[in-house]
Design a binder for this molecule. Sequence first.
Ligand code: FES
Length: 165
Amino acid sequence: MSESQMKNHESCGAGCACGAESEGLLISSIGRRKFISFGAYAAAAAALAGCGAGGGADATSPSTVGATVKISDYATLANVGGVAITTVSGIPVAIVRTSTTSFITLSRICPHQGSTINQISTGFRCPNHLAQFDTTGNWVGGQMTSNMRSYSTSFDASTGTLTIG
Ligand code: FES
């Protein structure tokens, strides 16, 4: 396996459309010499495609944020439906006001390959391969990937603070 092919497999992981799992099958069905020649073409094709069939290794957001924020610090959260694009505890997040007393907090670390997700009019979109998510972080189109990670979030109306787990 060439260096570029190995790199490709590192980034896409098992089950990628570039065929890492099926090499043994290929060798036995087409013969080693043809396989080696075929391998060069396959590596080039996989590099061009960037293993973009949804098999990319998922980037992992931290499992917790562990912080408390003041809602009044974010003007965009004054009204229901408002979204604050910010960073809390070093983690890029989107805080969404879903009612007068409830909020959700989503990691903006793209579950596909870790780029930082931006807000768009219908929700969120990753600028890297254009994975798109609705306002609650569910994947809805573009590059196939998981939903945005959601953190437990509780609102204390008496203090106007949000505790993000
Ligand atoms: S990093 Fe690929 S869609 Fe976000």
